[in-house]
Design a protein around this ligand. Structure first.
Ligand code: M6R
Length: 625
């Protein structure tokens, strides 16, 4: 998390950095700051809270220099405050950091022993001190005729190379020095860092989005790499100072200025974009004439790989993990291949066994989630084939994977995932059909039936979006409940969990997603007349059983909000609120069910006055463990 921007060029650094930070605010928004050269010295301006506070402080501030760095923070060490905001400035060095320095205590003690005066509670400031100390020591060495490593003319770069072995943990760091006003040095291990190469200026950013308004030519830095920018040139080095040849990539992103398109928030705009997101996700992979699945552009021979797999692993975090659980149901049911779906932070430490011929599917909207990335690397080392489902081309996970399915959902700005969720579900629909087909267990007739169901989903989601008014009106009542239980069975259970997560992250209310049949094993004790029970009860073979679970909750005072399919007198009778979705089968129903649970959370959060696009304590891209 945290967003980094650096600029060296003829324009006004303040404008370039602020524009860049605006597009990176999704990475963290508890404080922000810039450090820009002015009359030979760094002028630092920082502000607690959203970027707007920093922009206001920078109004009327002028800078004469052409080098500057900026940062938007998601706090790890040290509370969100101006004092802990980046950049950290020590003796002419200015530094911004994204990540966590794990040996922070040891470094802190050493620096304090050495006389360093620490201004903040952050781990990041320690790196600025380490570099500054090395720059000073390098100067002394040079005075004694004992200079830097061969080929390293920049004192800043030499200092960075010397301190690198001292840093343990995850970091993307950009550092500049008053003594070298034509130089930026950036290095990474874990979180993303990208160099932008413009015709007359150089840029550094945490995300291509911060660079594309200025240049489409970028270099993706890999772990263990250091880039030195000097004037209009750059070179990438390893930790020993040896040059690494890197590819200059031309990205085709457009700098579409994020607009709410008439909606009050990005989140609700993105909820309403779901029909299009689903259509765009499936479009490349469906043969409309034959109503068949033809996964295209994956990057490996899909039919051959899928035919040979004996086990599937799906690994992801948060909402992406819930899509994975739906995928697990679909693949096992249709393709009869065993599937394990795991939370990435558990998978990576549980010593999993990946048998030969395993397909490892990673799901990540951002493609940067640190735990998912680590799990991908583990699986790759274990010899599994990696298939990434991702929204951001060229993101870290995308670059590690052997094969790719793109969500094509368009940029998702709201921190709460919505359209990427549905786009992923639709891709998993198609992927499960593709696995079943490759395994020879899906008839052409069934394939055509399921494909037609997926093709019908965008229009059906459109009709479900009409429920918006319903939750808007109900929000005032709903926000008075003390807690929410979300229930579902089978493929609907992960959607119940997604509903609970949405309410937690947006409304800051306690909510839990539970398998409806598990209620009697404990959670039933929570039920009273202040507890809302949101239940997914489609007309399927488990309808009667779920209805009985609801009766049990109702008998104990629970306030029932049920989401079913078509008319149901019995459900209506026991429910405070009953919502009828179109009567569609199990395969695509999750695509419809997720819409009302998103709208419920959105409207309750709005009526509580919360910032739904940037909920407290969260960030869109989670690049720390
Ligand atoms: O970018 P990813 O899909 O890897 O992100 C995973 C989670 O951090 C993400 O889904 C998170 O749970 C969202 N805030 C959910 O709305």
């Amino acid at each position: 998390m945290c967003g980094i921007v650096g600029y060296l060029g003829p324009k006004n650094p303040k404008d370039v950095i602020l524009t860049g930070l605006k597009s990176l605010e999704y990475r963290g928004y508890d404080s922000a700051g810039v450090s820009i050269l002015h009359e030979g010295k760094f002028k630092r301006v920082r502000a607690e809270g959203k970027l707007g506070n920093l922009s206001a402080k920078l109004d009327g501030e002028a800078f004469s220099g052409h080098l500057g760095i900026g940062h938007t923070r998601w706090a790890t060490h040290g509370k969100p405050s101006e004092r802990n905001a980046h950049p950290h400035c020590v003796g002419g060095i200015s530094l911004v950091h994204n990540g966590i320095i794990e040996n922070y205590m040891e470094l802190r003690e050493e620096l304090v022993r050495d006389g360093a005066v620490l201004e903040s509670e952050t781990d990041s400031e320690l790196v600025a001190h380490l570099i500054e100390r090395e720059v000073r020591a390098g100067g002394d060495r040079a005075a004694a005729g004992n200079g830097a490593a061969a080929g390293v003319s920049s004192a800043l770069l030499a200092a960075v190379l010397r301190i690198l072995p001292r840093l343990h943990g995850a970091y993307a760091i950009l550092v500049v020095s008053e003594r070298e006003p034509d130089t930026m040095v950036a290095f990474k291990n874990g979180p993303p860092l990208i160099l932008g190469v413009g015709p007359d200026a150089m840029y550094v950013g945490s995300d291509v989005m911060a660079l594309v308004p200025y240049t489409k030519k970028v270099v993706y830095l890999d772990d263990g790499e250091v880039v030195e920018v000097k004037g209009r040139s750059y070179r990438v080095l390893d930790h020993s100072g040896a040059t690494i040849q890197k590819k200059l990539v031309e990205v085709n992103w457009t700098a579409d200025v994020a607009s709410k398109g008439g909606f009050p928030h990005f989140m609700v705009k993105e909820i309403f974009e779901q029909p299009r997101a689903v259509a765009q996700a499936i479009q490349p992979h469906v043969n409309l004439q034959k109503s068949s699945v033809e996964l295209s552009g994956v990057g490996f021979d899909v039919d051959q790989v899928l035919a040979g797999i004996e086990r599937v692993f799906i690994v992801a975090c948060g909402s992406s993990y819930y899509t994975g659980l739906v995928g697990e149901y679909m693949i096992e049911r249709l393709a009869k291949v065993p599937v394990e779906c795991d939370i990435a932070s558990e998978f990576r430490y549980r010593h999993p066994v990946l048998p030969k011929n395993s397909l490892f599917i990673s799901i990540s909207q951002s493609g940067e989630t640190a735990d998912t990335l680590a799990a991908v690397r583990m699986a790759k080392q274990a010899g599994a084939k990696i298939l990434s489902i991702c929204n951001v081309k060229n993101s870290s996970i995308d670059r590690e994977a052997d094969g790719h399915l793109y969500m094509n959902a368009g940029t998702e700005i709201g921190v709460a995932s919505t359209k990427a969720f549905s786009a992923t579900l639709a891709l998993l629909n198609l992927l499960s059909l593709a696995v079943a087909k490759a395994k020879g267990v899906l008839s052409a007739e069934d394939e055509a039936k399921y494909v037609r169901e997926v093709l019908a989903a965008p229009a059906q989601i459109e009709t479900v979006l009409n429920l918006d008014k319903f939750f808007k009106q109900a929000a005032d009542k709903l926000k008075s409940y003390k807690g929410f239980l979300y229930l579902g069975r089978g493929v609907h259970y992960p959607i119940a969990m997604e509903g609970a997560l949405k309410l937690k992250e947006l409304a800051y209310m306690h909510a839990e997603g539970y398998a409806a049949g598990e209620m009697k094993h404990g959670p039933l004790a929570l039920i009273d007349d202040k507890m809302a029970v949101v239940t997914l009860v489609p007309h399927d073979d488990l309808y009667e059983k779920t209805l009985s679970n609801l009766e049990e909750a109702k008998a104990r005072g629970g306030q029932i909000i049920s989401i079913g399919t078509g008319e149901s007198e019995r459900l209506e009778k026991i429910s405070q609120y009953y919502l009828a979705l179109p009567e569609v089968g199990w395969f695509t129903l999750p695509l419809l069910e997720v819409v009302p649970v998103q709208l419920l959370a959105y409207h309750v959060a709005c009526s509580l006055g919360h910032d739904v696009d940037q909920p407290r304590n969260l960030a869109k891209s989670v690049t720390v463990e």
